[in-house]
Design a protein around this ligand. Structure first.
Ligand code: GAR
Length: 187
């Protein structure tokens, strides 16, 4: 049995897609979703899968002993950041070497770094007149969007694309690829 913990701050469409993908797989269990946002849409999305949500605040997140205890309860084989907006602290990176991954909605190293999340990324891609964009799944280190890449998928852009249409294209790539990449890392 492989255990996954998901970290999410927002809507949770990736978390839901991952939960759905593994729902009938008896070798993989989504043990919990950790969120820094008590209002996050991901909380309601997890209810139908009976996946518990752990809400934490900044002080709890910074408290190494407290936070590692919380995580270790679930014995994770993989920690998956799916729209999680806080920087991962060094103690967490060190406690789970090569076991924390993130999805980023652009072709890193382009359009990464602090503040580059969600629509901000798609707006920047549009403003730069890019002819393609995509997703990057990468290992997490203590810097935003800088860990070793694991997987990228690309999609072409045209002059008529808008930040919204780019967001749709990215969403489709995320739904198609993220759970499979996770599965490949687990087995
Ligand atoms: C996803 O597009 C993910 O790639 C992005 O946030 C979105 C979360 O959507 N992550 C980042 O921008 C990280 N820098 P979701 O909550 O519906 O899964």
């Amino acid at each position: 049995m492989k255990n996954i913990i998901i970290f999410a701050s927002g809507s949770g469409s990736n978390a839901e897609n991952i939960a759905q993908y593994f729902t009938n797989n008896s070798n993989v269990k989504i043990q919990a979703v950790f969120t820094n946002n008590a209002q996050a849409g991901v909380i309601a999305r997890m209810e139908k899968f009976n996946i518990p949500c752990v809400v934490f605040n900044r002080a709890e997140y910074k408290d190494e002993t407290f936070f590692l205890n919380k995580i270790n309860q679930y014995q994770p084989d993989l920690i998956v950041l799916a729209g999680f907006l806080w920087l991962v602290p060094e103690f967490l990176v060190n406690a789970f070497p090569n076991k924390i991954i993130n999805i980023h909605p652009a072709l890193l190293p382009k359009f990464g770094g602090k503040g580059m999340y969600g629509m901000h990324v798609h707006e920047a891609v549009k403003a730069a007149n890019e002819t393609e964009t995509g997703i990057t799944i990468h290992y997490v280190n203590q810097h935003f969007d800088e860990g070793e890449p694991i997987f990228q998928a690309k999609v072409a852009l045209t002059q008529t694309d808008t930040p919204d249409s780019i967001a749709h294209k990215i969403h489709d790539l995320e739904m198609a690829h993220f759970p499979k990449v996770i599965e490949n890392l687990l087995f």
